[in-house]
Design a protein. Structure first.
Length: 272
C-alpha cells in the first residue's frame, strides 16, 4: 500500500491521466504482477519468445517502437537480438519509475507519452464519439503492439457512457471498433514491419474450472487471424473474484509492409 501510494504521488503524469484512471491502472497492473507472477510468467515468456523469433528472422532491423510498453515486463531486454538495436522507443500514457530508470541507463531508449487511442482530447473537449487523432508520425523498422489493441477502447468507452448515458450499444461498439482499427492503421504507417500481440478472447471460469462467460475484446470485429495462440491466466481464483478466475486467449500476428484499409478485416462492420 505504501509503495503504491508513493508511485501514485511521484510518477510523472498529467492531471487528465490521473482523472481518467490511467495512473491507478498502471500501478494496479504492476501490483497484480507481483501477486500473480507465477500465473503471468508463461504468457510474458511466450510474448518475449515471439518478439525474439521475429527479430531473428529480420536481422536487418535497427529501430523498434513498442506500443503499450507499460513496465516493460513483456519486452525481451536480455536477448542478444534486441541488443543490436540502435533505437528503442517505448510509447504509453504512463511510464512507471522502473522503466524510467532503465531508460536513464540505456542511451538507446526513448520514452514518449502518447494517447494511442487518439480520442482522449476529443472526449475532453465534449466530442461525441470523436474520430481518433494522433498527431505523431514516427518512422521505425519495426512496430510492436504489446497486448494493447483490446485495451485501447476500454477507458474511453467508460467515459463516453458517463457523459452520454443515452448512447446505444451499437454506437459504443462501432466507436470501439474504430479506435482499434485506427491503431492498426497507425502502426502500419509508423513501421516497415508490424508485430501485433493481442487478447482475442476473455474467458471466466467458476471454481470447478467450467466456462461461465466469454467476452470478445474485438467488439465483433475480426482484425486478423492469429499465427499462434496461448493462454494468459490473468486473474487466478481469489485475485479479483472469490468465485471466478479469468483467462485471456492471446494471439500474435506479423504484418509485413503497410496495411491497406481494405486488408484490415472487420472494417466493414463500422458502416453497418
Amino acid at each position: 500500500m505504501i509503495a503504491e501510494l508513493f508511485h501514485y504521488l511521484t510518477t510523472p503524469c498529467s492531471w487528465r491521466m490521473r482523472k481518467w484512471g490511467y495512473l491507478s491502472e498502471s500501478i494496479g497492473i504492476s501490483s497484480r504482477y507481483r501477486r500473480c507472477q507465477k500465473e503471468w510468467q508463461p504468457h510474458l515468456s511466450r510474448t518475449q519468445e515471439k518478439i525474439v523469433q521475429f527479430l531473428q528472422a529480420h536481422p536487418e532491423l535497427r529501430s523498434v517502437l513498442f506500443c503499450g510498453s507499460g513496465a516493460g515486463l513483456d519486452i525481451p531486454w536480455s536477448s542478444r537480438e534486441l541488443q543490436r538495436f540502435e533505437r528503442i522507443v517505448l510509447v504509453d500514457l504512463i511510464h512507471p519509475w522502473s522503466i524510467r530508470w532503465k531508460g536513464v541507463k540505456d542511451s538507446r531508449m526513448e520514452l514518449h507519452s502518447v494517447d494511442l487511442s487518439g480520442v482522449i482530447e476529443g472526449v475532453e473537449k465534449g466530442g461525441i464519439f470523436p474520430e481518433p487523432v494522433i498527431d505523431w508520425s514516427p518512422k521505425f523498422d519495426l512496430v510492436v503492439s504489446l497486448n494493447l489493441l483490446s485495451q485501447l477502447p476500454i477507458v474511453p468507452l467508460e467515459q463516453m457512457e458517463r457523459r452520454l448515458p443515452t448512447a446505444s450499444e451499437k454506437e459504443l461498439t462501432r466507436w470501439a471498433q474504430r479506435i482499434q482499427q485506427s491503431h492498426l492503421e497507425k502502426i502500419s504507417e509508423w513501421g516497415k514491419f508490424q508485430l501485433v500481440i493481442s487478447d482475442i478472447q476473455e474467458i471466466w471460469l467458476n471454481r470447478a474450472g467450467e466456462i461461465v462467460e466469454r467476452q470478445d475484446p474485438w467488439y465483433g470485429a475480426h482484425w486478423f487471424d492469429p499465427e499462434e495462440e496461448w493462454e494468459w491466466r490473468i486473474s487466478p481464483l481469489g485475485e479479483s473474484d472469490s468465485q471466478r478466475s479469468k483467462i485471456h486467449r492471446v494471439g500474435v500476428s506479423s504484418l509485413s509492409g503497410r496495411l491497406k484499409l481494405s486488408e484490415i478485416k472487420g472494417h466493414s462492420e463500422l458502416g453497418n
